[in-house]
Design a protein around this ligand. Structure first.
Ligand code: PA5
Length: 441
């Protein structure tokens, strides 16, 4: 079960930081649970771990088994909330068990940018391999995944024929509308649903995340059960609620002048979890010129780069450290009779022991440098712990957004670049904007 240690942030917080926020927390809590705050139509994720459509879950597992039996590679096409959650879970689980990395199928992510070199590299890699595609887009109209899907669809049809390709394409999209829905219906692809009431960045525990995660050989029942356990705990209001504590502490630190929250991980495989977290908090809170800027660092590597800024740069930072309880594998430091490197004081010690001391020393140094540290103990890197962590951050994000006074479930700012891109690409209907932009450029 999750634990949140705020002892290394207390010194930066006024004494009443939690008490004075209790009424607002109570209200935010109800708004998230009852879906009656701003954006309340998008709180369908709140009960998902308990109320998941069991028939769809059966289909997800069957599709995952088929992909595992007939594909060397699964190409997952999606951007933003339509891919980050799956990638976060798959990568976090993968280095815990290398068989998942080397195993079949390998998972590639495409359509999350517009890099020709990246896409061409995946196409080269697929040469001579059996592959399937899971295209994911709630709106069904997002340019990056739509363009990538057109390319991989053509590759599949060239390799397997139209009928063969149909059996290797899985479309995850809206139940009723959008270009992808229309295409999937017309072509007869197997379809999975992104529920209306779940926005992209809160969708990892829907088919959006669960199909690729299951195809990677990860136990989605355990992921959901870990999330369910935390869902039940966080549904209980009160000052012991960890989501309340996290939301209130970051809100109080924001009020005290902190502007950037660094999510700190000590595992390279945590990188995409941090990317998922950044989207969750950045898109949910970064509006109306408000919100902590969510960033991430990977220690100890970044202690040798960003560590300088964290220790002595502008005092605008707070850190949220996610700690996993143990490594799956142990590496011991050998004894060397010559001891030229002077490291025999570590002989026989494990690398985990060294990492633990690095973590403890860093925490104290950063606190001494006026960087408050919130420490989240996340259990092991197993499905249940990861499910719990996902739900914790989602629930806390909803509460935190309401505490900040914004709608945590919309993303109006994402549209600005899209309009300009469509205009510059010459999309019909954008002629006037195109002329205006071309003149400015
Ligand atoms: O969180 C969000 O809403 C976004 O990141 C979307 O997930 C992203 O823009 C992709 O949208 P779609 O799934 O409609 O293609």
């Amino acid at each position: 079960m999750l634990k949140l240690d705020l002892s290394n942030a207390q010194g930066f917080l006024p004494q009443d930081w939690l008490d004075r926020r209790l009424p607002a927390l109570e209200q935010a809590h109800r708004q998230v649970l009852e879906g009656n705050g701003p954006g309340g139509d998008f709180t369908g994720w709140v009960t998902l771990p308990r109320d998941y459509d069991s028939a769809e879950l059966v289909r997800i597992k069957a599709a995952a088994e088929k992909i595992r039996s007939d594909s060397d590679v699964l190409v997952v096409i999606g951007i933003g909330g339509s891919y980050l959650g799956a990638r976060a879970v798959i990568e976090l689980m993968s280095s815990a068990d290398r068989r998942l990395v080397r195993g079949r199928p390998e998972i590639f992510f495409a359509g999350n940018g517009l890099s020709s070199d990246e896409l061409a590299g995946i196409i080269d890699y697929l040469d001579g391999k059996d592959f399937s595609v899971n295209v994911i887009s709630k709106s069904g109209t997002t340019t990056e995944p739509a363009v990538a899907f057109r390319i991989f669809k053509a590759l599949l049809e060239e390799k397997y024929g139209k009928a063969g390709a149909r059996g290797r394409i899985y479309a995850t999209t809206d139940a009723r509308k959008g270009a992808l829905k229309g295409l999937a219906d017309a072509e007869g692809y197997e379809e999975f649903v992104v529920p209306d009431a779940v926005g992209g960045r809160y969708s990892v525990l829907t088919a959006v995340g669960l199909l690729p995660i299951a195809a990677a050989g990860i136990d989605v029942d355990r992921l959901l059960s870990g999330a369910r356990e935390v869902m039940e705990a966080l549904a209980v209001p009160g000052r012991d609620n960890l989501a309340w504590q996290y939301a209130a502490a970051r809100n109080a630190l924001y009020d005290a002048g902190k502007a950037v929250e660094l999510l700190v991980g000590y595992e390279p495989s945590f990188r995409f979890f941090a990317e998922w977290w950044k989207q969750l908090y950045g898109e949910s809170e970064g509006k109306e010129h408000k919100g902590l800027f969510p960033a991430s660092v990977e220690f100890t590597a970044d202690l040798h780069s960003m560590g300088q800024y964290i220790q002595q740069g502008q005092r605008i930072l707070l850190e949220t450290v996610v700690r996993f309880s143990h490594s799956r594998r142990s590496v011991a430091i050998p004894h060397d009779p010559d001891n030229v490197d002077g490291l025999n004081f570590l002989s026989g010690k494990s690398l985990d022991f060294v990492a633990e001391q690095a973590m403890r020393g860093t925490l104290l140094a950063h606190v001494d440098g006026s960087v408050p540290n919130l420490v989240l103990e996340a259990g092991g890197r197993d499905e249940a712990s990861i499910g719990a962590l996902i739900y914790f951050f989602e629930f806390a994000c909803g509460v935190s957004g309401y505490l900040l006074g914004v709608n945590p479930f919309d993303q109006p700012g994402v549209e600005a670049y899209k309009k300009n891109m469509f205009a510059l690409l010459g999309k019909p209907g954008y002629e006037a904007l195109r002329a205006e932009l071309e003149q400015r450029l």
